[in-house]
Design a protein around this ligand. Structure first.
Ligand code: SF4
Length: 258
């Protein structure tokens, strides 16, 4: 039977289920050297419909999305449509989901109330990228993840920074988080994409090794630069916040970082 985080909460007298941290540690020991497809299969087998996959439909997203389509095309795919994405990303999201036969891609948008109060002119990114990411990414994802016990990301160690120490399976905010591509490098990603003839994000050929929102993403000239060098270029910021551990107490305040 698939693990259900809510089962423990609703049935205090039932046999005690392992915590998310217990499960993550056990699964990481089992899967840390496994093929990404094996990791994804195990994640789905363990969590069933309590597992979501979070994807930016960015420069390297096609590989994990293709694996998801092989494991379960109906897996819920959470896509953060920040309202600041390149038009090419929105087109790519539609075309790739259709090509792969993914049947449950959910577009997560910032709430009207948060935008009205904190970013009425859609220019918060100029004064506070942390605040902007909070209302356009962190909070919508927190809301959407409420119904899930586990989620899957496309992060890889070779992207550097905080990702250098990335585990294949970790615990995050009381949920189990799978990073099936943690061990893969550029060569493996390219080989997999070539083997299955996966379409590239249209901006990759225009010099974008990583694609996020248009105000915060630049092309990168230096072939030796980090993959994410064009994200928030010139700022200390390297992550949008959805992968940053928060203080006990759960979701951040709406205005956090603003
Ligand atoms: S990446 Fe930039 S535009 Fe997108 S949500 Fe974050 S700060 Fe806002």
């Amino acid at each position: 039977m698939a693990y259900d985080q809510t089962a423990t909460e609703e049935k205090p007298c039932a046999a005690k289920q392992p915590t998310a941290a217990d499960l993550a540690a056990r699964l990481d020991a089992e899967l840390r050297d496994a093929h990404p497809l094996t990791i994804l299969r195990k994640a789905y087998e363990t969590f069933g419909d309590k597992l979501a996959l979070v994807s930016s439909f960015g420069a390297e997203s096609a590989v994990l999305l293709h694996m998801a389509s092989r494991v379960a095309p109906s897996i819920p795919v959470l896509f953060l449509d920040t309202g600041m994405l390149f038009g090419q990303t929105l087109d790519y999201r539609k075309a790739l989901a259709a090509k792969l036969g993914l049947t449950d891609v959910r577009d997560l948008r910032p709430s009207f109330a948060d935008l009205a109060v904190h970013d009425p002119k859609s220019d918060l990114w100029r004064s506070s990228t942390d605040g902007c990411c909070n209302i356009r990414k962190v909070l919508p994802l927190d809301r959407a993840l409420g119904e899930f016990s586990a989620w899957t990301t496309g992060r890889k160690r070779f992207h550097g920074g905080d990702r250098l120490r990335l585990r294949v399976v970790e615990e995050s905010e009381g949920k189990v988080k799978f990073n099936p591509l943690a061990n893969w490098g550029k060569a493996e990603l390219e080989a997999y994409a070539a083997e299955y003839d996966l379409p590239a994000h249209p901006l990759v050929s225009q010099g974008f090794p990583s694609v996020g929102c248009w105000p915060c993403t630049k092309p990168v000239d230096d072939p030796n630069a980090d993959v994410r060098a064009g994200r928030w270029a010139g700022q200390d910021k390297t992550e949008c916040g959805i992968h940053v551990a928060r203080a006990p107490g759960g979701a951040p305040n709406v205005g956090e970082g603003i």
